[in-house]
Design a protein around this ligand. Sequence first.
Ligand code: SF4
Length: 266
Amino acid sequence: MEVADWKKFLNVDLGGKKMNPKEFAEKISFDPEDLPEQIKSYMEEVLGSNREEFLKDYLNDDIIHVTEAVGCLRKAFIVRYLIKKGVEFSEKNWAIFRGKLWDRILSPLFENNQKPIMIAVRDEYGTFFIKGVYDAVVDDVVIDFKTVGSHQLSQLPKEHHVRQIYTYAVAMNKKPVLIYISNKSPAIVHLYHPERLEAAKKIYEETIERAKKLHRALKGNRVPEKERSGLCNYCPFAEFCDLIRTTKDIDSLMPTFERLFGGGGQ
Ligand code: SF4
């Protein structure tokens, strides 16, 4: 299948109303308040019915998500710590839920979609699992959808996205493809190059090592070190990062985090 063919799948059905790719892309907003009612109600329905499912893995130290392993381990640790302490990330934290929502809208357009991949790994704490959920598989290709601001189109593909899709591709023995949906126009990035196979295997091994690092941090209740990168620009903990050395520091910031990320007032 040619990459261009996939565009025809981007005919999204929201609550019985079809949207063409251009209309859909134009309606993607990076502020939840600006979303049309049709998308907002869909979001509430999807997030409401999947909240428990969404949180379940984050309470289990023996399941590490691929997305966590390829991103900042410190951020992943703090998110899990807050969830364990009962902070309920609310829908107003659009940045946290946005990717999940579009995944759930777009991947049902493909017959083979949203299935988990589990990679068993051992470390000194025993066996744990690295979990990924692919968005779609078409023939011998595994696809992941990503949303991106139009101002970021020149910076694609993003490194952590490449790491994620390469990890899936090696684990599943498929070819990797990322499809970026921007709020200007759908942008498709095709990542499969046979000569990159060795690079993909190396990235896969690195993901395993990073997952072990996060697993050890969670089991030992130790906050991972800072990993300064472009991801810090979008990190909800950026302004607190320098203040956090141990979980005690997170505890002392808890009222602030509750107010910022939970359902509490502004
Ligand atoms: S600010 Fe940067 S280093 Fe700190 S938790 Fe966020 S992504 Fe990680």
